[in-house]
Write a protein that binds this ligand. Structure first.
Ligand code: CP
Length: 352
């Protein structure tokens, strides 16, 4: 067991316009604010009447694929009377250039400043999915694509998963913890475990789980093989949250230690900081780490933990069928909560 970080690198987002209601990260509403949104989502799921947002318009731009985020957002808009324009650059919308000052003689026909400037005039908010590049650590640490949207928009920008964070997934995770662990999450034991995957993946979901759990005072174990460290800046933020909330954050590279006594197990693959330096070496490390697949034998070490994964998931690579289909799997419930948390968030955005 180790406590590791050297919070020496802070994300440095580029300067953006004054705050106008953006959603970047699920923790920014504060611990109580996030809980209030999660509880509102659970109330909506139980039949509470939604507040009408009729006449509002949302543009959702997907630079990367999505099933849950896209459909939950559209269904939530439908339920609230919000018009949703869903746009896919490169297919039903011009391919976009996100960098400033480049000669646009390649595939991108439109600059983000121009596109988002137009979308801002026709919508009350702009949402965007823009994953990490995984080849430029500085750009990913500054959440460069999301930052470009925020700088170009005159209306609130909603993060639908960026290089660093996945706030609407984070709210659904929080609602799931709330429902299964009761009114207080203080000192409840959550393990965020790395899992094998055939491809290098970003860490936005893992970062969000870590930060949200630490903010709520949970005892968080981040478990991964050597060489898959999360960004020290994110671990440092989580540590600071834990310092305020009374929670705890630790890192382990020991599989047995990872699972022992956990009440919640969240699995996710991520490529880690070292992946930026040598992608081939990272692929080799991933290929050699099948022992980290979530199996029933691992889950049997826990305190009857619930199993969570944000989906999509590679069955029998990340997690065995027996676990994800088992009685302690909360995976489908969390995915279903994406609708209700999106509604709770959009209500707040459009009726505040
Ligand atoms: N969990 C999640 O964000 O799913 P999608 O990538 O399908 O939106």
């Amino acid at each position: 067991m180790m406590n590791v970080w050297s919070g020496n690198v802070e994300p440095k987002p580029a300067p953006v316009a004054p705050w106008h209601g953006d959603l970047v990260d699920a923790t920014e509403a504060g611990a109580d604010g996030a809980l209030a949104l999660a509880d509102r989502a659970l109330a909506l799921r139980s039949g509470a009447a939604p507040r009408s947002c009729k006449g509002r318009r949302l543009a959702a731009v997907f630079l990367n694929p999505s099933l849950r985020t896209r459909t939950s957002l559209v269904a939530a808009c439908d339920a609230l009377g919000v018009h949703a324009s869903v746009l896919n650059p490169g297919s039903d919308m011009w391919r976009m250039e996100l960098r400033d000052g480049v000669v646009m003689d390649g595939d991108a026909a439109e600059h983000v400043r121009d596109a988002v400037g137009v979308l801002s005039q026709m919508h009350d908010a702009v949402a965007v999915r823009a994953f990490a590049s995984l080849n430029d650590r500085v750009a990913d640490l500054s959440d460069a694509s999301l930052t470009a949207f925020r700088a170009a928009a005159d209306v609130p920008v909603v993060n639908l998963e960026s290089a660093l964070y996945h706030p609407l997934q984070g709210l659904a995770d929080l609602a799931t913890w709330r429902r299964h662990l009761g009114p207080s999450l203080q000192r409840r034991r959550l393990t965020l475990t790395w899992a094998p995957h055939p491809r290098a993946l970003p860490a936005a979901v893992a970062n969000q789980v870590l930060l949200s759990a630490a903010q709520q005072g949970m005892e968080v174990t981040v478990a991964h093989p050597e060489g898959f460290d999360l960004e020290p800046a994110i671990l440092g933020r989580a540590q600071r949250f834990a310092g305020v909330s009374g929670g705890a954050v630790r890192v382990t590279h020991d599989l047995a230690d990872a699972y022992d006594g956990a009440e919640v197990v969240v699995a996710k693959s991520w490529s880690g900081v070292a992946g930026y330096q040598d992608r081939a070496a990272e692929a080799q490390r991933r290929a050699a780490a099948d022992a980290w697949r979530v199996t029933q034998a691992h889950m049997d070490r826990t305190a009857n933990a619930g199993f969570m994964h944000c989906l999509p998931v590679r069955r029998n690579v990340v997690v065995d069928d027996a676990v994800i289909d088992g009685a302690r799997s909360w995976v489908q419930e969390t995915a279903g909560l994406r609708l209700w948390t999106a509604m709770a968030f959009l209500e707040r955005l459009f009726t505040r």
